[in-house]
Ligand binder design. Structure first.
Ligand SMILES: Cc1cc2nc3c(=O)[nH]c(=O)nc-3n(C[C@H](O)[C@H](O)[C@H](O)COP(=O)(O)OP(=O)(O)OC[C@H]3O[C@@H](n4cnc5c(N)ncnc54)[C@H](O)[C@@H]3O)c2cc1C
Length: 212
């Protein structure tokens, strides 16, 4: 948990605490929130009313380091979102190629229409470009060199590619694509939040612009 441990300090008044909540007096959870997608995640509000947390539960053992600890992990968090995004692009593309080869309209597979081929060719190209960039970022992270702006580029670029790919692939499924029994509908619903959490994509561009 990110905690304000000194209300008189700004960033220096923040600490990270490990909370063992099972028998924690004053702790409660609300019902899972009704999200657009990511239904498998039980995202909910947590309440901490006058909870007492032992001092030895401070992560890193030193009070007031929380903000800096969080900042140090942001490139990694943003890269994780980028990795998930590009994996989703590849998966929705593969599933849509399969679908468009099977489904027939006007007596021929959807894949035989030029529009289908061109759309899928565009997505395949962007998937490859994104993967090359993500692999580069993973290499940089492994060498402890991944900077904030490059991680922000990976987060905004790949999450937008994920949303665009899911949107285009859903369109290629026609009406079936709007039904939750088809995987493409889940790819579409799950993709939206990727542009919001982990720092919104507008904030990513703000961070990148500071390095220009
Ligand atoms: C499903 C889900 C899971 C989440 N999980 C976590 C989690 O595990 N941990 C966690 O800490 N947070 C989590 N979040 C919170 C998430 O990180 C925030 O929702 C996100 O950072 C955006 O902040 P906000 O909601 O306060 O939007 P706001 O800050 O109110 O932004 C609203 C709009 O204004 C834009 N905006 C805001 N400031 C600027 C600016 N300076 N310049 C230009 N545009 C701007 C934003 O880009 C956005 O489009 C989660 C959110 C969701 C939806």
């Amino acid at each position: 948990m990110v905690c304000k441990t000194d209300p008189n300090e700004g960033a220096k008044g923040v600490s990270l605490l490990m909370c063992e909540v099972d028998d924690l007096k004053g702790f409660s959870r609300n019902k899972p929130l009704k999200k657009v997608g990511m239904k498998g995640q039980d995202t909910c509000e947590l309440f901490f009313d006058d909870c007492r947390i032992p001092i030895e539960n401070i992560l890193g053992g030193e009070e007031g380091q929380g903000f800096y600890q969080l900042m140090a992990q942001l490139p990694r968090e943003r890269l994780i979102i980028g990795v998930g995004a590009i994996a989703a692009v590849e998966a929705v593309l593969e599933q849509t190629i399969e679908y468009t080869k099977e489904r027939k309209a006007f007596k021929k597979p959807l894949m035989d229409f030029q529009n289908t081929k061109f759309k899928l060719a565009e997505i395949a190209t962007e998937a490859k470009i994104s993967r090359v960039f993500i692999d580069y970022c993973i290499g940089e992270l492994n060498e402890d060199r991944l900077d904030n702006e490059t991680a922000s580029m990976a987060k905004w670029w790949c999450s937008e590619k994920q949303f665009e790919a899911a949107h285009q692939c859903l369109q290629l499924h026609g009406g079936y694509g709007y039904m939750m029994e088809y995987p493409v509908a889940h790819y579409f619903a799950d993709s939206r939040v990727q542009m919001i959490y982990g720092g919104s994509n507008e904030i990513m561009k703000e961070l990148i612009s500071r390095s220009l």
